[in-house]
Design a protein around this ligand. Structure first.
Ligand SMILES: [Zn+2]
Length: 126
């Protein structure tokens, strides 16, 4: 595989993850306002696959713990891309991964908790 291909793939994976994270942030924000939020919430799997439609079940506390780090994502246990990310936590329902290299940088730039963040869905990021 050419070096350029790898960068492109890495960037695409990071952007997919960043856009799923944005969906989850909105979901979590809505649920937090409920008087009795459900114990486990079906968040969108934040793996880099564009075709993934999986749901990872996390409590609001577990989700918050992942979001405390801008380059960490919650994915299904068999949805890890070891080439681009490190597994930092393994749970029964989900795995927490940390982005490496270019992917990590994109994750930080698109962090929705950062006021200066870049919109991962904006076309000019690529
Ligand atoms: Zn997935």
């Amino acid at each position: 595989m050419l070096e350029g291909d790898r960068d492109w793939r890495e960037e695409r994976i990071a952007k997919n993850e960043a856009s799923f994270r944005l969906i989850n942030e909105r979901l979590q924000d809505g649920l937090r306002r409920l008087p009795h939020p459900p114990e486990l919430i079906p968040f969108v799997c934040e793996c880099g696959s564009r075709r993934c439609t999986g749901a990872v079940e996390l409590s609001l506390e577990e989700y918050e713990a992942v979001r405390a780090h801008p380059d960490r994502f919650a994915v299904l246990p068999d949805h890890v891309f070891p080439e681009y990310e490190n597994v930092v936590e393994r749970h029964e329902r989900y795995v927490v991964v940390e982005k490496l290299g270019v992917a990590g940088l994109i994750s930080e730039l698109t962090d929705p908790r950062d006021d200066d963040a870049v919109d991962p869905l904006a076309p000019d990021l690529s």
